[in-house]
Design a protein around this ligand. Structure first.
Ligand SMILES: [Zn+2]
Length: 281
């Protein structure tokens, strides 16, 4: 694992990680075995939380991508006070978003420790699910977020225009987050105009991703969040290694430099944004 970065002066949180994948419970099955898997993983989750806390990352949101991960996240967040959950069917799995599955997602989304309906959205990079299925699932998740009053966490891969169009057409929930924001400055302006939050991740630190730093420059600090998408997308200088929430300070420092802000001051703004989006901790 990469070495821990210098701690932040203020505390901040990770708006998007996948604890189940990090602790190897990706194959968690349905029903009670999921709760058991969550219990068994508690030791590893505890370590991830402690390592994050040591550098000023005091809360994590573990995000769902299928029914099993959504159940697992809900169970872990019930056990662990510093962990909150997101629940959804990923656009790559949109064919699995049957009415029964969506009904269970909505039931989970109603639990108090579940703070996000995500990740949902559109992925035109992969064709694992048809566009029709992806659009239907995205629209259904938008409605679940509105009915439950939870934040909508969006996966937008090479689908910026359609994601914005569907949100406008369907009517966006109060809190919308573009996870691992991948747009340029022009897209950031559109999101800012609509009041959508932009969650920046490891790629903003990549040498060849100047467009992301331009986007971050445009994004108002009132609409910025940070995330790892751990175990994916590690920031520089740890590309090729597994990512973890304790690496968030590297993303915060990069963003602070881009915005000409003190990292502690930016962390405080991000923490306040987190409470606006996900509710009081
Ligand atoms: Zn993710």
């Amino acid at each position: 694992m990469p070495a821990a970065p210098e701690p932040l002066t203020g505390d901040v949180f990770d708006s998007h990680c996948h604890l189940d994948i990090m602790v190897g419970n990706r194959q968690a099955s349905s029903g009670d075995p999921v709760a058991q898997a969550a219990q068994a993983a508690e030791a590893s989750v505890e370590r991830i939380v402690e390592e994050a806390r040591a550098v000023g990352v005091t809360r994590l949101i573990t995000i769902g991508y299928d029914l099993a991960s959504s159940r697992w996240n809900t169970d872990v967040a019930r056990i662990h006070p510093d962990v909150y959950a997101g629940v959804a069917i990923h656009p790559n799995e949109a064919h699995a978003a049957t009415p029964e599955v969506l009904a269970e997602i909505e039931e989970l989304a109603g639990e108090p420790q579940v703070r996000a309906v995500g990740e949902t959205g559109l992925d035109y990079y992969r064709d694992w699910a048809s566009k029709d299925d992806q659009h239907a699932s995205f629209r259904a998740h938008i409605e679940i977020a509105k009915r439950t009053g939870k934040a909508l966490v969006i996966h937008d891969r090479e689908a910026h225009d359609d994601v914005l169009r569907v949100l406008a057409d369907q009517g966006a929930p109060d809190a919308v987050v573009f996870h691992s924001f991948s747009g340029d400055a022009e897209m950031a302006k559109k999101c800012a105009d609509a009041g959508y939050f932009m969650s920046f991740s490891g790629p903003v630190t990549y040498k060849n991703a100047g467009y992301l730093r331009e986007a971050a420059e445009v994004a108002p600090k009132e609409l910025i969040l940070v995330e790892t998408d751990a175990p994916y997308l590690p920031p520089v200088p740890h590309r090729g290694k597994p990512n973890a929430p304790y690496l968030i300070p590297l993303v915060v420092r990069c963003l602070a430099e881009v915005k000409g802000m003190d990292p502690g001051e930016l962390a405080a703004a991000i923490r306040a944004n987190g409470e606006t989006v996900f509710g009081a901790w």
